[in-house]
Design a protein around this ligand. Structure first.
Ligand SMILES: Nc1ncnc2c1ncn2[C@@H]1O[C@H](COP(=O)(O)OP(=O)(O)OP(=O)(O)O)[C@@H](O)[C@H]1O
Ligand SMILES: [Mg+2]
Length: 346
C-alpha cells in the first residue's frame, strides 16, 4: 500500500449533515488505521469551511434524532487560506458529503478547478444522479428499466396519474427527507406541499409493490457489482428516515432472497445505470424487484452512507472486500482517473 495524504471533506449544508459526520468518522478512522495521513475538513451547516477535526474524533454517533434542516439561506463561502492550503497539500480529497452542496457536483467542481484528485463521481455524473428526474431520463434513453414518474414544477397543476398509494419526492435530496407515501388525495396534496419546501422540482412516482434491493458498484472503466442486498424494514411502512438511521429498524439481508437470475439481472442493471450516468469510483444503486419479477432502478447514490456498517460497506464486505480495502481502492481509482484526465488536451 502507498501511504497518501488525504483530505476528508465532511458535514455540509444539506439536511444530511449528521449522516455525513457519521460516515466521515468511519472513513477517517479506517484511512488512518491503514497508515494514511488524513486531514479532516469540515463544512458547517452554514457553508463555512474549517480544519476542525474534533467532530470526527468523537466516538458517539448521535445520528438518529437529527431533524431535517430548512433550506440554506446564507451567502456562499469559499475555503479560507488555512483550508485552501491544506487542500492544496494533499494527494487526494475524499468527499464524504451527502445530498445538495456535496454529492451534487458542487464540491467536485471546486476540486476540478483546483486540479486536486478526488474520490467518486465527477461533476456531471454527481449532478445527474442527485437529480432523480434527470437521472431517470438518461436511464430511459438507454432503455434501462426505471420506476414511472411525472415531474412537477412550482405552479404546475397538482395531479396524480398513478392511483394510490403513490410516492412523492423532492427531486434532489436523500435519506428519505421530504418523501411521502400518500394513500389518498388529501395526503397527496400535503405530500406535494412538503416536497416543494425542499426543492422546486418534485416527482410523483408510481408505487412499486415488491422487494427493495441495493447493489454496490465499484470501479472506473470496468465497474464491478457487489452481491445484492435486500432491505427489510422491521417497523415502518417504507424505508423512511427513521428506518434508515434508528437502531434495529432495518435488516439488510445479503444475499437477497431472490432467484439467481434476478440477482444477476439486478447486478447487470446496476452496472448499466452506473455506466449510463457516467459514474466513477463508487455508487450504491437502489432497485426494486416488482411482484411480477421485473427489476426496476429506483435511484443511484454517488456518495452513499459510508460508515463501516453502512449498506455499501456491508455489501462489499459480504462480497469479500473489507471496508479498509474498499477505501484504499477508491483512493487509487481517484488517482488513476486524475492521471488519465491530466493527459487530455483541452
Ligand atoms: N416508487 C416507489 N415505490 C415503492 N417504494 C418507494 C418508491 N420510491 C421510494 N420508495 C421508498 O422510499 C424510500 C426512499 O426513496 P428514495 O430511495 O428514492 O429516496 P432517497 O431519499 O434518495 O434515499 P437515499 O437515502 O437512498 O438517498 C425507498 O427506499 C423505498 O422504501
Ligand atoms: Mg434510496
Amino acid at each position: 500500500m502507498t501511504r497518501r495524504r488525504i483530505a476528508v471533506i465532511f458535514g455540509g449544508c444539506s439536511s444530511e449533515h449528521e449522516i455525513s459526520v457519521a460516515s466521515a468518522r468511519g472513513v477517517v478512522a479506517a484511512l488512518r488505521e491503514l497508515g494514511h495521513d488524513v486531514v479532516p475538513v469540515e463544512i458547517d451547516r452554514d457553508g463555512g469551511w474549517s480544519l476542525e477535526s474534533g467532530i470526527v474524533d468523537e466516538l458517539e454517533t448521535a445520528v438518529a434524532d437529527a431533524p431535517p434542516l430548512p433550506a440554506r439561506t446564507t451567502a456562499s463561502r469559499l475555503p479560507d487560506r488555512a483550508v485552501a492550503g491544506a487542500l492544496a497539500d494533499v494527494d487526494v480529497v475524499f468527499p464524504v458529503l451527502h445530498g445538495p452542496f456535496g454529492e451534487d457536483g458542487t464540491v467536485q467542481g471546486l476540486l476540478e478547478l483546483a486540479g486536486v484528485p478526488y474520490v467518486g463521481a465527477g461533476v456531471a455524473a454527481s449532478a445527474l444522479c442527485m437529480d432523480k428526474d434527470l437521472f431517470k431520463r438518461v436511464l430511459r434513453d438507454q432503455r434501462i428499466p426505471v420506476t414511472r414518474n411525472i415531474t412537477l414544477r412550482v405552479g404546475n397543476p397538482v395531479a396524480n396519474p398513478f392511483g394510490y398509494p403513490v410516492f412523492v419526492k423532492p427531486a434532489r435530496l436523500g435519506s428519505s427527507v421530504g418523501i411521502s407515501k400518500a394513500h389518498d388525495e388529501a395526503e397527496f396534496e400535503a405530500a406535494v406541499a412538503l416536497a416543494f419546501t425542499h426543492d422546486d422540482k418534485v416527482l410523483v412516482e408510481e408505487f412499486v409493490d415488491g422487494i427493495e434491493i441495493e447493489v454496490g458498484v465499484f470501479g472506473n472503466r470496468t465497474p464491478q457489482a457487489s452481491l445484492v442486498g435486500e432491505i427489510v424494514v422491521t417497523r415502518a411502512e417504507w424505508y423512511d428516515y427513521d428506518a434508515k438511521y434508528d437502531e434495529g429498524e432495518m435488516e439488510l439481508i445479503v444475499p437477497a432472497r431472490i432467484t439467481p437470475e434476478q440477482a444477476e439481472r439486478a447486478q447487470a442493471i446496476a452496472v448499466q445505470a452506473f455506466v449510463a450516468s457516467e459514474c466513477e469510483g463508487m455508487a450504491r444503486v437502489d432497485l426494486f424487484i416488482r411482484a411480477d419479477g421485473e427489476v426496476l432502478v429506483n435511484e443511484l447514490n454517488t456518495i452513499p452512507g459510508f460508515t463501516g456498517t453502512s449498506v455499501y460497506a456491508k455489501l462489499f464486505e459480504a462480497s469479500g472486500v473489507a471496508y479498509a480495502e474498499l477505501l484504499d481502492g477508491l483512493v487509487e481509482l481517484a488517482l488513476d482517473r486524475h492521471e488519465r484526465r491530466s493527459s487530455l488536451r483541452y
